[in-house]
Design a binder for this molecule. Structure first.
Ligand code: ZN
Length: 198
């Protein structure tokens, strides 16, 4: 039960540490008895939890904690499949947030616009770079963002970034300062952590 100022806490099946539920990954069993990652915490049924650390997922499997927590007959579980599924779901959330940012007019797109918005008062507080951005433009953006301490993350291709903001190819997207940029950065950090780029 949720009381004012106190969030529900759950323990990680891997390291056993208790944390706020929204800082953990939820898992449920499908009606077919398959273990599913329920990153958005929407699926019905009894839930089990781990940290975002892939090591905790592997540890939980090794010690048969999913079976215990979900009263599950169990099958052979592949940790990497769970980690991959988690990474996919976090990436979907990231792309979804970028789409929301676009619809709510919280996006600046294109190298020139992003460069001129960096450092402006109430400007942008997060930058996304296409993985296939040209080295020269990428460096320009990284340098200027560095001066103003605006974090930059590589994500998707120019084509995908453009598609997300309803344009042609885009190699740079800036997020205007605000809560959406903050939520997006939380997810980007999680994604990097899960896929092991840091
Ligand atoms: Zn853990």
């Amino acid at each position: 039960m949720r009381t004012a100022g106190k969030k529900a806490q759950r323990s990680c099946l891997g390291c056993r540490e208790a944390q706020d539920q929204d800082k953990l990954v939820r898992y449920v069993l499908s009606p077919q008895g398959e273990l599913l990652v329920d990153y958005r915490m929407r699926l019905p049924g009894r839930g089990a939890y781990t940290c975002f650390d892939p090591q905790c997922i592997f540890a939980a499997i090794k010690r048969r904690q999913f079976e215990r927590a979900l009263k599950w007959g169990g099958e052979s579980l592949d940790g990497q499949t769970l980690v991959d599924s988690l990474a996919t779901q976090v990436r979907e959330k990231i792309l979804n947030l970028v789409g929301i940012a676009r619809k709510s007019n919280n996006i600046v797109s294109g190298g020139t616009l992003v460069l001129s918005s960096l450092g402006k008062n109430g400007g942008i507080s997060l930058v996304l770079l296409a993985e296939d951005i040209s080295a020269a433009i990428g460096q320009k953006v990284l340098d200027k963002a560095g001066v103003f301490e605006v974090p930059c993350y590589y994500l998707a291709s120019k084509d995908e970034l453009g598609h997300l903001v309803g344009k042609g190819e885009r190699s740079v997207i800036g997020l205007k300062t605000g809560s959406l940029a903050e939520s997006l950065e939380v997810e980007l950090l999680r994604y990097k952590y899960i896929v092991g780029e840091s």
